[in-house]
Design a protein around this ligand. Structure first.
Ligand code: ME8
Length: 501
């Protein structure tokens, strides 16, 4: 069965920023890694287009909601190209198939006795599209705020409810029986204490606006946008017609801000509809920009398109997953990005490749020398590398995967300096060629395991290494390239940049 991996579907109230690119990038690297390992993947992303927040944004833009959604959704689709994402599908919640899936799920929940009609009265934050209890709020200048900083307003209207209160015990046993259902563990513990404190029934419909999926048989209600949004993960795999082909999802990647919806509401909805919960929900941290919270009002939103234009796509992809332990919050700075590009990509890795390949041109007539005996110290760093990377990526630890790769690159740099193959040409040419062959083998491993992180640059490096297209997989690493393979002239792949002040 293909590995089904998802990103959140992004609100179309505003154009995409670096935070959105980050979540999808993480899933892209996983998807590319598993494909490189010969596995089938279904990688889904898309846009969340209903609800009061989007309805208001459309009104502010002076556009009919559908037209507004079409335009902003297209910007998210364009981002997948800008960032080199390899998603297999892109879902929009305004698609008719999604309305049908939501209504089918609603009917199932209703038939199973989990929905009742009542009256909602309480606090709601449109920015978060979330309900809050009184004791979660703080007050400033007469305005009440949710923990996220979003202002809340009092809502009073007829509403359908989902019997969430009945699911606390079943959720707790789900978390207990599957310790890696929510990662990282710190976040899992937060969810656990929230659920242990008791759950209230959830309002799942609204009557005060109309931009949403209509409740079956009661069109004066639209569904709560989170019930609608979460259902996208089922719609995309054919629910209700073909619900079992790809379900359950292997991984929902989300930001920490929306973990509660994914780890509490979503498994409860699914279990109530007799469907299995997903296998894992991973909540990553948030980026700040040069030490400041990223917000539109501060005017410091990072535009991924401009960033890629300035630094190049692969350095940006690399930096985002290298800089911060995945799961924790992190700070974006142009200085750290430049430092890593210069020191790690251009110096440590790029120079190693360039020196090795230039020496092979000169000392080996641009041909790959024969196989090297695995006697050198650094071989131990390289031979098990793919397995170490696989292990880290299976638990979404991108920074650990990259740390393993760069430890091996550092070892290879020590090796080339110690062996000095440029000098061996005169003193011991056979050994000189063996050293270069060993370095070539190592570079092939580095470029292969880095392909999911930096697909374009690593394809160019594999070209320079003369690796045939059909040998660019993890499995192919076990087969040495033939001696005599022609090596094209090398060119540097990473350009250093001035450090910003
Ligand atoms: O919440 N740092 O959509 P959304 C890191 N439609 N990640 C960030 C970020 C930051 N500063 N800012 C945003 C929604 N993100 C719902 C989801 S899913 C069924 C519905 C990322 O447009 C992070 O992944 O507000 C967060 O969860 C997502 O963008 C929220 O995007």
């Amino acid at each position: 069965m293909p590995r089904y991996l998802t990103t959140p579907i992004y609100y179309v109230n505003d154009k995409p920023h670096i935070g959105h690119a980050y979540t999808t990038l993480a899933v892209d690297v996983l998807a590319r890694w598993y494909r490189l390992a010969g596995e089938e993947v279904f990688f889904l992303t898309g846009t969340d287009e209903h609800g009061q927040k989007v309805e208001r944004a459309a009104a502010a833009a002076g556009l009919p909601p559908q037209q507004f959604c079409d335009e902003v959704s297209q910007a998210f689709r364009d981002l997948t190209t800008t960032m080199g994402f390899s998603n297999d599908a892109f879902i929009r919640t305004t698609e008719p198939r999604h309305h049908a899936a939501c209504q089918a799920l609603w009917r199932r929940l209703e038939a199973n006795g989990h929905i009742y009609l009542g009256h909602y009265e309480g606090w709601y934050a449109v920015r978060d599209e979330a309900f809050y209890a009184e004791d979660e709020l703080t007050e400033r200048d007469g305005v009440k705020y949710a923990p996220s900083g979003a202002p809340v307003a009092w809502v009073k209207e007829p509403s359908y409810f989902f019997r969430l209160s009945a699911w606390a015990d079943k959720l707790l046993s789900l978390y207990e029986s599957r310790p890696d259902f929510i990662l990282p563990l710190g976040r899992r513990n937060e969810v656990l204490s929230f659920v242990k404190a008791g759950l209230q029934d959830l309002s799942i419909s609204r009557t005060s606006f109309s931009w949403g999926v209509k409740v079956p048989d009661d069109p004066s209600h639209v569904m709560y946008v989170w019930l609608d949004a979460l259902t996208n993960y089922l719609t995309a795999v054919g629910y209700p017609n073909d619900p079992t082909a790809l379900w359950p999802a292997e991984l929902h990647m989300v930001g920490k801000d929306i973990l509660r919806f994914h780890a509490i509401y979503w498994p409860a909805f699914l279990m109530a509809a007799d469907l299995p919960p997903p296998r894992r929900i991973f909540a990553h941290g948030w980026w700040t920009n040069e030490g400041q919270k990223i917000s539109k009002s501060l005017g410091n939103v990072i535009d991924p398109v401009a960033l890629v234009e300035e630094f190049g796509l692969d350095p940006v992809r690399y930096f985002l997953l290298r800089e911060v332990p995945f799961g924790q919050d992190g700070d974006f700075s142009r200085r750290s990005l430049t430092l890593r590009l210069n020191a790690e990509l251009a110096d440590a890795f790029g120079n190693l490749a360039n020196r090795t390949l230039s020496l092979l041109q000169r000392n080996s007539d641009a041909m790959l020398p024969g196989e090297v005996p695995p006697d050198s110290l650094w071989v131990e760093h390289v031979s098990g590398l793919a397995a170490k990377v696989a292990q880290a990526l299976d638990v979404q630890q991108f920074h650990i995967a990259l740390e393993h790769i760069f430890a091996a690159i550092r070892a290879a740099n020590v090796h080339i300096t110690e062996q000095a193959p440029w000098a061996l040409k005169k003193t011991d040419p056979a050994r000189g060629l063996a050293v270069l062959r060993g370095l070539h083998d190592a570079l092939r491993v580095f470029a292969t395991v880095l392909t999911p992180f930096m697909p374009t640059t690593m394809a160019a490096m594999l070209d320079q290494l003369g690796v045939p297209d059909d040998a660019r997989t993890l499995a192919a690493l076990a087969t040495p390239l033939p001696a005599g393979l022609a090596l094209p002239p090398p060119a540097p792949l990473f350009a250093k940049r001035e450090l910003p002040a």
